[in-house]
Design a protein. Sequence first.
Length: 192
Amino acid sequence: MTIAPMSSMNILSNDAVMRELINVHDTPRIGKTPIFTSLVRAVISQQLSEAAASTIFKRLKGLADIIPTVLIELDIEAYRSCGFSNAKASYVKSISQATLDGYLDNIDHLPDDEVIKTLTKLKGVGRWTAEMILIFALGREDIWPCDDAGLIRSAKSLYGIQHLDEFMSIGDRFKPFRSHAAWYLWCHLDTR
């Protein structure tokens, strides 16, 4: 007899806090964004609030198509007019060139750790950015970004945790759907 695997909502709903979040927030949007767009968005988001990152991304979209052939041609001043730092503008240009060179081809077939290793070789892409790509572009369902300050802040608020090991333990509750749990914790932050 084969037992059907539990869905993400069944596993998450076993936790009272997560059950409440599921009742008030939309279903997770995981794996819905193209890799290049996700990389640009993640670079913008580094060290910024969601509101600030969204504003900058919208300005960029209003200025140019979010495709490597266009973004590589934008000058730094155009990026700056959207709210980019010089460094982030340079990262997006570098990622655009890597994409045009085929560096990201077939990345979606790699295991999580190989995706992280590959992406973190790009200028301006660290582990957090690579984890955002795993979740939002590649649709990997079991990513728990342990360096995400907002996620930790949300977990502290909802679960009363004080230490990183407690944060990691909370994540263990939601395996193999930690990306979904992270989504709901981010939603909680965005509505506060």
